[in-house]
Design a protein around this ligand. Sequence first.
Ligand code: NAP
Length: 275
Amino acid sequence: MYSKPFGKRGPRVSVIGQGTWPIPEATALRRGIQLGMTHIDTAEMYGDGESERIVGEAIRGVPRSRLFVVTKVLPSHADRRAVARSCVASLRRLRTDYVDCLLIHWRGETPIEETMGALEEQVEAGNARSIGVSNFDPWDLREAARALRKHRIACDQVMYNLGERTPEDHELPWCRKNGAALVAYTPLGLPTLDARTRAGRVLAAIGRKHRASAHSVALAFLVRHPDVFAIPKASRIEHVKANAKAGDLQLDAEEIAAIDAAFPNRVRVGPLPTN
Ligand code: NAP
């Protein structure tokens, strides 16, 4: 599993991680960790904390330094006191002393200065190693970054997949310029990629050359950018294996061009799409 720095000054993190919503139990996550997908994404929102509990079970016994665990605070818990309460509750469910990155799940009503300050306090308290945001467009990112005093934005987690490539023209340039990682959620698309479609067959053909599935190729295409990580969710072991395979798959220029032509980017109209 290939790893690279998470943002400009961040630790090395597996390029393919694991989403956790909805995930029924810990088996698939555990297998994914064994295969090197040690970047785990969860949130207090998922199943009202159930997802964090399952992550806690999956990571039990794994040396903590091998993992990169991310959780997210709800916008309804984005004031100073609520962020602190949420973070501590997440740590308890995750059965860990700290998260590697603590995100605000999306921008809500609380002034962004207060939320970013509250996230910084969690770093100061030792509960989080870094902070980030999710579903922030470049305007939100700029305001969030301006509100920070000591720390920087480690990542923006947005919906990015072959059917939704507009982050390449919006959030990714901001991340590159500001030393942040872009984390692709719903990286297999909405609806999930169908390898039998015309465009899907382009991926499948490339996959055959690499002994990989169309889905592995789709993920490899996204994480070829030096700043992009992907967090597919898989409950089935065959999917876990295919996703891990993507973390070792290097596409050549011809393959990248073929995928680019089959899944063209488009001009974004309206706000950053979310799931
Ligand atoms: P996704 O990971 O793109 O797709 C998940 C679906 O794809 C599941 O049905 C899964 O099936 C299937 N799948 C996984 N690997 C596959 C493979 N190799 N081949 C074929 N099918 C495969 O979408 P997502 O779950 O929406 O997003 C992933 C994670 O991102 C979430 O779990 C969550 O952690 C995070 N997320 C964050 C936000 C946010 O607002 N920040 C929003 C949405 C999601 P099985 O489960 O049956 O294996």
